[in-house]
Write a protein that binds this ligand. Sequence first.
Ligand code: AMP
Ligand code: TRP
Length: 329
Amino acid sequence: MKKRLFSGVQPSGNLHLGNYLGAIKQWVELQKDNEAMFCIVDLHAITVPQDPAELRKKTLEIAKIYLAAGIDPGKATLFVQSHVKEHTELAWILNTLTKIAELERMTQFKDKSQKDGKEGIGAGLLTYPTLMAADILLYDTAVVPVGKDQSQHIELTRTLAKRFNDRFGEMFVIPEGKLSKEGALIMGLDDPTKKMSKSATSEYNYIALTDDAETVKKKIKKAVTDSGSEIVYADEKPALKNLLNIYALLSNKKPEVIAGEYVGKGYSDFKNGLAEVIVNFLAPFQARLKNISDEEVLVVLKAGAEKAGSLAEQKMRQVRERVGFLANY
Ligand code: AMP
Ligand code: TRP
């Protein structure tokens, strides 16, 4: 039987190779044998301030990126989170089942609140994971393909599903996270101890999916490396390991094999090779991206919202009934 799959990306910042290798690349494979739903989570994006015009533009851009990366609207459902109002409704209900301490323990929240202080950030950042849990649980999701940074949120989703089921009777499927192996966590090019991130202060942290060949070469050239000059795949060489992972994922070879190809050569040859592999991936991807029109995407998103909306509506009728809300239909 086909399994329900759900995942999403926020329409904020520049989508980068980490997003592609950690999440989207596996979606393309998984859509073949599963009931996949891919969401553009605009409600999550506004947990930090967004410029409205920019948010709208980014939402369309992410949808195009999904399509250009190979998500097939004939197989998978693509939609925008705010188009299906049940997400916020279920999030509210889940909020009432969530302990404040559980939310304060989330690494993503801790990072942001440490940086800007609790006076400086919105409550949406605290309750962010309950909205994510709602996204997942609304559709009886079995599998959630994401990068490693989201594991903790998925764990909380499982806890909340169980808590609801215990309290109100079986309602939600307990979902599993699914991480891609080498791509589970792509690190920053300027700092291999931190994840590659959309919100990084330096653009030398990431390769954006929209970077041109010159930019890619420049960024790879500047990427930090470890001491020594040999190309080896090892935990003691985290910067090189990260670059080899990227190389491996984009060329469908094992990182150790690639390291073998560079025996006797230095960083400069390796970096040239890596830049070439990245450009060879990005060029056709960007060509496809350019050819997708706004109109085409809007049609896909509308159909997606209808499909998702009808599933969400059915589920929420049951949820409201269990919680004890008076029926209005
Ligand atoms: P976000 O950029 O937070 O909207 O993340 C979208 C998806 O990309 C999620 O599944 C993340 O886990 C994944 N992701 C984000 N950054 C990375 C990274 N550096 N390495 C691997 N996956 C990532
Ligand atoms: N929080 C995720 C991220 O930043 C995005 C997201 C929102 C998501 N809802 C989701 C991912 C549901 C998987 C399933 O990466």
